[in-house]
Design a protein around this ligand. Structure first.
Ligand SMILES: [Zn+2]
Length: 401
């Protein structure tokens, strides 16, 4: 285990004072790096520790630093600066303290979801099979979205001493947006059909590939009809479903390609190491390790050509299947050293200290050289202690081997 990263929202560091928070993270807890969220969708977060006011923190979808406007000339999208920073640039202060303390700094970006950008740039928004625009998802097939993501990465890596940029791929949730009240029975097939994008950019891309987007949309709509009537979810794998519908199968693959192209655009704009986050986000239990991997809804093999590492945030995959998923990802990435393991350090993701200690130890033994923890501000004091114990134990064991 070479690097331990703690993911932090910048407001948590600021409320605790960046100097004190970073000193504590490095000195007391034992991390070598922090990953600071620089762009993300709207957040509502409960913060359990004393001294953090307010306990309930909410902020709109935005970037949490002062953007450098000259970086954004190739896109019509403009980064919305968050209101909580009030004209200051907390990332600058955080970067300075990290340099003084010898803590490596990463910036984390979720560029595909932004309620703010959606409201300002309706032409760049994902549209579902019924033609309805998403409330939060920007489409990676749209050239402005690609250039915007690349510009953010360029801005951050040029203006801050970053050890890495962590990128989050688009989320393929069933109703396309989080917190959607949906009364349908949804399995993997229905989730994919409901999350496919049929915006103008995706249609254009399909036509360039010799596909008929209208036929694909019609087909998706027909397949969803029983679901809309209240029938149970299909008991079918994605592979079996797509084997019977070649048009739709080819169209669904375009989404993966779109994201790979976005990574390629980012890669051209920055030489800072890129880490692609894979969030274990499905709403249902896993049938198998392969199903878990498919749920990432991207092509890890193609993606690794443009990124330096994959980072898997373990979320819902059962403990007994995690080793297998990690092994598959390691094969895609070119070895376990190129797969970072990220753990949420509090309930319900982990329920006690010994479980976290064991998970971290197992991951380190499998050869994952970077271990990440999430999220600093949301963790109760006892959970910060679990993290400290996990780091100490894994390092002690590594030294003894
Ligand atoms: Zn689209």
């Amino acid at each position: 285990m070479k690097t331990v990263v703690f993911r932090c929202y910048p407001w948590d560091l600021c409320d605790e004072k960046p100097s004190e928070a970073i000193d504590r993270l490095a000195g007391e807890i034992g991390v070598d790096a922090i990953s600071v969220v620089a762009a993300c969708p709207g957040v509502v977060q409960f913060r359990p520790r004393d001294g953090l006011t307010a306990r309930l923190f909410a902020t709109e979808a935005a970037v949490h630093f002062q953007p450098d406007s000259v970086r954004y000339t190739a896109t019509r999208l403009r980064p919305p600066t968050s209101s909580w920073i009030k004209g200051r640039n907390p990332l600058e202060q955080i970067a300075r303290r990290c340099e003084q303390r010898g803590v490596r700094l990463r910036a984390a970006l979720d560029c595909s979801r932004s309620e703010t950008l959606v409201s300002r740039h309706p032409a760049a928004v994902c549209k579902n099979v019924f033609g309805d625009p998403s409330a939060s998802r920007m489409c990676p097939s749209n050239p402005d979205v690609r250039e915007y993501t690349a510009a953010l990465c360029d801005d951050l890596s040029t203006n801050y001493p970053l050890a890495a940029l962590e990128l989050e791929p688009p989320v393929a949730s069933a109703a396309a947006d989080h917190f959607t009240d949906i009364g349908l029975s949804i399995g993997p097939v229905e989730r994919l059909l409901l999350s496919l994008c049929f915006c103008e950019s995706c249609a254009q891309r399909a036509i360039e590939r010799g596909l008929d987007p209208t036929a694909a949309q019609r087909s998706a709509s027909v397949h969803l009809q029983p679901t809309l009537e209240g029938r149970p979810a299909r008991d079918q794998t994605l592979d079996a479903f797509f084997a019977a519908d070649e048009v739709l199968a080819a169209y669904a693959l375009l989404r993966r390609e779109s994201f790979t192209r976005l990574l390629e655009t980012v890669r051209r704009r920055t030489s800072t190491p890129l880490v692609l986050r894979l969030r274990d986000h499905s709403e249902e239990p896993r049938a198998s390790a392969s199903a878990a991997r498919n749920a990432f809804d991207l092509d890890p093999t193609a993606s690794v050509a443009f990124v330096d590492a994959l980072q898997w945030t373990v979320w819902q995959t059962p403990v007994e299947e995690r080793g297998q998923v990690a092994a598959e990802l390691s094969r895609d990435a070119g070895g376990p050293a190129l797969v970072e393991m990220a753990f949420r350090c509090y309930p319900p993701y982990v329920t006690d200290g010994p479980s976290l200690v064991r998970e971290v130890h197992d991951a380190a033994r499998r050869g994952h050289e970077t271990i990440c923890f999430e999220n600093f501000g949301t963790a109760p004091p006892a959970c910060l202690d679990w993290v400290r114990q996990s780091i100490r134990y894994a390092r002690r064991e590594a030294a003894a081997r």
